[in-house]
Design a binder for this molecule. Structure first.
Ligand SMILES: *Cc1c(COP(=O)(O)O)cnc(C)c1O
Length: 385
């Protein structure tokens, strides 16, 4: 058994990150300074998008995107149950109604044919989530969006650096949102980003991030002097600080190194588990590259004498910091108490019963990976029917 606890995800902060932050602390601008635009520009470039808007976290990014998409009361937005609650909550923030469409049992991502079944005259948008970093079927989703005139907001909290048929995630849909929480690919402590190719959406996002206030003379109703600004809509203070932006920029410079290491870890896991009939390894879509935020194994419960809980707890006892991503969102008490009691997405619920997220983060050593492999194999073999 391991001496130390291995978490499922963790940041990698180097001296160059620390120096960048300290330099900002010694500068004139802790917030609304030059580092915001620099980070945005670098991020937009990295994902091949025209515009990027830095924001205080990934949840605010989703909220801002729903606002810019014009989501309001009576609007329905289709998303997946296998996601963090924020993907659906953002719709509620705008007064809209999240509608859950089931996943594809093989890819674990939202299934376009299930989206079709959920479309009504109230549907305004689709929020696909690139679960674990594996890109969703964006061609299928794009076709539906075009047919029904829907906005697509990709939740790419797991998908920094992923690509879909040669296109970077962040460059494809109306808007794409990212998170820089420490377990994600790059971190700013808390932070997020929205990318878009639309100037109109870009302007709405900027306004929303900062109280709905503008100093842009072209947008103001009057101009009473150089002190003057106007609040044009109800926005929030969702700004990222310069301290965070410079950290994000410094981290972004290393994102390909981080991704490469994630892929090495994945290769080790998949090699160790691919022929093991007690579990299923993650699906890999041909022509796409996952960014491997998570490595999710699916237990073959038919061949085991115990449930997921027993395997999970045995791994925890071995100091392996496993996790479960995710409880289907509509199963949470808040959703159950607010109209979702009759929702049933079979594939999502089946998946939830069987999954365990193994530790994966770039700073893991090969020994860490081997510890996980050994523990998983031993525990599963011990419980084989
Ligand atoms: C992390 C995450 C978010 C929220 O991001 P925060 O920065 O924590 O607010 C949203 N959606 C998904 C799928 C996530 O994993």
């Amino acid at each position: 058994m391991r001496e130390s606890y291995l978490p499922y995800g963790k940041q990698w902060i180097d001296n160059d990150d620390i120096k960048a932050v300290v330099d900002v602390l010694k500068s004139d601008y802790l917030t609304t300074g030059p580092n915001i635009a620099e980070f945005e520009k670098a991020f937009a470039q990295y994902v091949d998008a025209k515009f990027a808007v830095a924001i205080c976290n990934g949840t605010a990014a989703l909220h801002a995107a729903c606002y810019a998409a014009g989501i309001q009361a009576d609007d329905e937005v289709i998303t997946t149950p296998i996601t963090f609650a924020a993907s659906a909550n953002a719709v509620l923030y705008c007064g809209g109604t999240p509608v859950f469409a089931d996943i594809n049992a093989a890819t674990y991502n939202i299934d376009p044919s299930e989206i079709r079944k959920k479309i009504t005259s109230k549907t305004k948008a689709i929020i696909p989530v690139h679960f674990t970093g594996q890109p969703c079927d964006m061609d299928g989703i794009g076709r539906i969006a075009k047919e029904y005139n829907l906005i697509v907001i990709e939740d790419a909290a797991h998908a920094v650096g992923a690509d879909y048929k040669g296109k970077k995630i962040g460059s494809i849909s109306g808007m794409t949102t990212f998170s820089f929480h420490p377990v994600k690919h790059i971190t700013t402590g808390e932070g997020g980003m929205i990318t878009t190719n639309s100037e109109e959406l870009y302007q709405k996002l900027l306004l929303f991030r900062s109280h709905g206030i503008t100093r842009d003379k072209a947008k103001m109703h009057s101009n009473q002097g150089s002190w003057y600004y106007e609040q044009l809509d109800l926005g929030y203070n969702y700004r990222l600080t310069d301290i965070q932006a410079v950290l994000g920029h410094s981290q972004l410079n290393k994102v390909d190194k981080f991704l490469k290491r994630r892929r090495e870890i994945v290769a080790m896991y998949t090699e160790a588990f691919k022929d093991n009939n007690l579990l299923t390894v993650p699906y890999q879509q041909a022509g796409c590259n996952s960014s491997w935020h998570l490595y999710v194994i699916k237990l073959n419960l038919e061949r085991l004498s115990c449930g997921r809980k027993e395997v999970f707890e045995a791994l925890q006892r071995e100091n392996i910091g496993v996790n479960v991503h995710y409880i289907p969102v509509y199963k949470h008490p808040y959703y159950q108490q607010n109209g979702y009691r009759d929702v049933k997405c079979i594939h999502s619920e089946n998946l939830y019963e069987r999954i365990i997220s193994l530790p994966i983060f770039p700073k893991m050593t090969n020994q860490d990976v081997q510890d996980v492999i050994n523990s998983v194999k031993t525990i599963l073999e011990r419980n084989e029917k």
